[in-house]
Design a protein around this ligand. Structure first.
Ligand code: 6R9
Length: 663
């Protein structure tokens, strides 16, 4: 098993976990996923996916299910044609559900809006016409940099409606990160807002777009700006256009552009093991098939009665698949909340659950652990009795957090689905099914029907029960990534070379005595902070880009709340050429504050290290490789293990003394 896994939070409880929670008879009897679903999928896997695909509307029905002639660039439902926005919205209006509420939007400042499917259909059609008028054609890329407002959903669907792949950039990313993503995707339009509300204040977004475009080199012709906060914005005549000046005026009639199933739907950038983020790209037919099926089956969705709430931002894959596409494809009613959980008070989420009668809640372990820290009195002050299914995503959920979630939020009655998947997989892959699976705290348990996953040893052989190894997906699946935008070789190298012909996810995993799968965290240099993927290399590059820094090493250290936290070790430059560096008593502290801020502006606030330690040397092997394993030991206050491979074994002593200093 990879050495990296020793610090995984899930490991500690692994051996003892024997608690299981079988579904109640009542829940099981009404469950959306019937008890025979695994059997049916196993008996005819491709037939099962074809059946799921046929729950969508196809302008041209498909006859091919899987095309593996160009593996690993697999194709699904290749000769069919469809449109994502038509399936997510218009179809429900045509079926007589136009009055059903699609979005219950809650602004952080207390403003709220309700959008029905009929209204959403009109908005999307108008926005699609407006995009076309701004020169966006089928196949052109559109960058989206928006807060969590209904227009974000409209923007994604308007792009999908005209077959223009969207590339959403999380609003917490910096101008520099936005610039590199706009360049890589060669986007011609950016959709943004003046700002959004976060932590009780208006937080501007438009200046980052202005700064990104000022860096030059982009193909952007227009910036479409939603007014949310009413804050002052700089305006570039001829380039910038207000949303409210062009969308409401556009015609609500729009014929969707029917695209081939393999037409690109979106690009979404995610951290890889090198500094350069990867543009993961997804296509239409397979992605929609699996997001709609999983959203239905994993959350036991009853569209007529459920009120669903996924707390993810649209800037992440969870927001794409389980705020935009999955729920809307299924005609669900969902809550979208703009702000932070502690504004204006720490009970805000539970107040929202009570206000809207939320029945299904999907969130991340880091949020659950934060609520645990705030205490159970807070949720106890609200009526949470409508909740009937709870979901978790983004990182391993330790059994204690799982138990707390079930007991305090779920009233000791709700099933919990711990869903494992990735930006690359597009949709949920491993998860219990509520009403079918007896849940086990801390384990994602079993591949979904139609998915084939294995835990492999170093040689690529499946491990025995009770053993650990690497998680691999051994058969293609409909929502799989189709590549890394503009870099076919990196696609092949990153995912298909560790075990030739098999998808390697980058996660360590273990099978327990029952054969259930436990996820153990990344085995590469990718950290998982509050469920967000960050690359050690990318943050190291950001630190080294500061003129005071000579060298940097970054590790993900276990953190009670955020899962992992970024801890950086830096060596400062010496010599005369270093200007403006603080000196004297608290020099290190001031250096650290400057460097943290620098990472914030280079990548985004989420990447700011929890701590930065100024050191004289870094532990290196004789071949010059930084030994991050040792730094992680230090960051996690563990005894440093074997240091014999170090070029200079005295280095660790010095670093540990530095760490012990009060900061
Ligand atoms: C959906 C999403 C993917 C990485 C993945 C893994 C970790 C996600 C998990 C989980 C344990 C779960 N991960 N879900 N680990 N249990 N239920 O988070 O996508 O941002 O691409 O991250 O997150 O390490 O490889 P993404």
């Amino acid at each position: 098993m990879p050495a990296e896994q020793s610090s995984s939070p899930a490991l500690e409880n692994l051996s003892e976990e024997t608690r299981t929670f079988p579904p109640s008879a009542e829940f099981a009897a009404a469950a959306v996923a019937g008890a025979d679903v695994y059997e049916r999928a196993a008996a005819d896997r491709l037939g099962f996916w074809a059946e799921q695909a046929r729950t969508l509307d196809w302008e041209t029905p498909f006859t091919t299910v899987l095309d593996d002639s160009a593996a690993p660039r697999y194709g699904w439902f290749t000769d069919g044609r469809l449109n994502a926005a038509h399936n997510a919205v218009d179809r429900h209006v045509a079926a007589g559900h136009g009055d059903r509420v699609a979005i219950l939007w809650e602004g952080e400042d207390g403003e709220s809006r309700r959008v029905t499917y009929a209204e959403l259909a009109q908005e999307v059609a108008r926005a699609a016409n407006a995009l076309t008028a701004l020169g966006v054609g089928t196949g052109d890329r559109v960058a989206i940099y928006l807060p969590m407002v209904p227009e974000a959903v409209v923007a994604l669907l308007a792009c999908a409606r005209i077959g223009a792949p969207h590339s959403v950039v999380f609003g917490g990313f910096s101008a520099e990160a936005l610039h590199s993503r706009i360049l890589d995707a060669e986007a011609t339009l950016v959709i943004t807002a003046d700002g959004g509300y976060r932590r009780g204040a208006a937080s501007p977004l438009k200046p980052a777009v202005d700064d990104a475009l000022a860096k030059g080199g982009t193909a952007v012709e227009h910036v479409l700006v939603v007014r949310r906060t009413g804050g002052e914005v700089e305006w570039t005549q001829g380039r910038d256009v207000w949303w409210h000046d062009v969308v409401p005026q556009a015609s609500p009639e729009h014929e969707p552009v029917w695209v081939e199933a393999e037409h690109p739907l979106f690009i979404l950038y995610t951290s890889g093991t090198t500094g350069k983020p990867k543009g993961i790209f997804h296509t239409t037919g397979g992605y929609l098939t699996q997001t709609s099926f999983t959203h239905r089956a994993v959350f036991d969705l009853q569209p007529e009665t459920d009120v669903y709430w996924c707390t993810a931002d649209i800037g992440w894959i969870t927001g794409h698949s389980y705020v935009v596409y999955g729920p809307l494809l299924n005609g669900a009613t969902q809550v979208i909340y703009e702000g932070t959980p502690d504004t204006p008070h720490r009970g805000r989420w539970w107040e929202i659950v009570q206000k809207y009668g939320v029945t299904i809640l999907y969130t991340a372990p880091t949020a659950i652990r934060t609520c645990m820290k705030w205490g159970e009195d807070l949720p106890a002050g609200f009526d949470l009795s409508t909740l009937r299914v709870l979901g978790s995503v983004g990182e391993p959920i330790n059994p204690e957090a799982w138990m707390w979630y079930r007991r305090v939020i779920g009233g000791d009655r709700t099933p919990i689905v711990d869903t494992w998947w990735q930006t690359e997989t597009g949709a949920i892959m491993i998860s219990p099914l509520p009403g079918v699976t007896a849940a086990k705290p801390g384990s994602a348990q079993v591949p979904l029907p139609g998915i084939v996953a294995e835990v492999l040893d170093d040689a690529g052989a499946p491990v025995d029960h009770g053993q650990g190894g690497y998680l691999a997906i051994t058969e293609p699946w409909p929502a799989m990534l189709r590549g890394i935008w503009g870099d076919e070789q990196r696609f092949a190298d990153t995912y298909w070379s560790r075990f030739p012909g098999t998808y390697f996810a980058g996660d360590g995993a273990k099978r327990d005595a029952d054969g259930d799968i436990w996820l153990l965290g990344r085995v590469d240099d990718v950290m998982n902070v509050s469920g967000h993927r960050l690359s050690t290399t990318e943050i190291e590059s950001a630190l080294v880009s500061h003129p005071w820094v000579a060298e940097a090493a970054v590790v993900g250290a276990a953190d009670e709340t955020t899962g992992q936290a970024v801890v950086a070790f830096v060596i400062l430059r010496g010599g005369e050429e270093v200007v403006d560096r603080p000196e004297g008593e608290d020099a290190d502290e001031r250096v650290v504050a400057t460097l943290r801020a620098h990472v914030g502006t280079t990548i985004g606030p989420i990447a700011k290290p929890r701590s930065i330690l100024v050191v004289a040397e870094l532990p290196k092997t004789r071949s010059g490789k930084i030994m991050r394993r040792l730094l992680r030991d230090v960051a996690e206050n563990r005894d440093v293990g074997d240091v014999t491979t170090l070029a200079d074994s005295g280095v660790m002593g010095l670093i540990q003394q530095g760490m012990a200093k009060p900061s």
